[in-house]
Design a protein around this ligand. Structure first.
Ligand code: AMP
Length: 209
């Protein structure tokens, strides 16, 4: 199975992508994680993209495509999380995979209304361990993660102004993927508990497994 997950920021796609990849044995590639790691590493590329990511705008297609293609070139089954994020990326990805003779099985759209996105993102804390996406529950800002000893913090792009920006980018650029993937699209309601959404996704994805 080769699949991409998209949806508004805070739709739970990262959490679900992690679980679904483990369940179906897929390589999980999150461009958000990848780009944040690049920034944390202090690399030249990290410095180039820092402002863009921290203000909630999209990083250039050429940069993101190059990072993704390099990582999926030899991978049979994968789950892309947060990529593609616009029609140009989607079309470049299709072209690349067609050349490899390994087309995408399809795309999964996780739907969550804007009010819920704002509620989730402005209230969430993440832990700096591993890939920086581990979410806290029942912890306060500054509490220490029992798994790695790092503090729980607010993601720099989770403040209200940047969240509004990310939502605008989502509606103007990413939401169009729903049309682009028509005919190979699964839409799943992202409201409900992590367990409920995970169950719905497992069932929806069975035909592609
Ligand atoms: P995420 O963790 O998916 O919410 O992504 C965090 C940020 O990384 C986004 O707000 C963008 O700045 C950047 N980003 C992630 N994926 C992409 C992509 N496919 N294209 C461009 N920018 C991206």
């Amino acid at each position: 199975m080769r699949v991409t997950f998209f949806g508004p920021p805070g739709s739970g796609k990262g959490t679900q992508a992690e679980r679904i990849s483990e369940y179906y044995g897929l390589e999980h590639l999150s461009t958000g994680v990848l780009l944040r790691e690049e920034i944390r590493s202090g690399s030249e590329l990290g410095e180039i993209i820092r402002d863009t990511v921290e203000s909630g705008r999209l990083v250039g297609d050429d940069i993101v495509n190059r990072e993704v293609f390099g990582r999926i070139a030899d991978v049979e089954d994968f789950l892309l999380d947060g990529y593609p994020r616009n029609i140009a990326q989607a079309s470049d990805l299709d072209g690349y995979l067609d050349d490899l003779g390994r087309p995408l099985s399809g795309a999964v759209f996780i739907q969550v209304p804007d009010e819920e996105v704002i509620r989730r993102l402005t209230g969430r804390l993440v832990c700096a361990c591993a890939d920086g996406t581990r979410h806290s529950s029942g912890f306060e800002e500054g509490d220490i993660c029992p798994e790695c000893g790092n503090a729980f913090v607010r993601r720099i792009d989770d403040n209200r102004e940047v969240v509004d920006n990310r939502l605008r980018q989502y509606h103007s650029l990413t939401a169009g993927l729903e049309d682009y993937y028509r005919g190979r699209l699964l839409s799943v309601d992202g409201m409900g508990s992590v367990e409920e959404v995970f169950r719905k996704l497992r069932e929806a994805l069975r035909p592609w497994a």
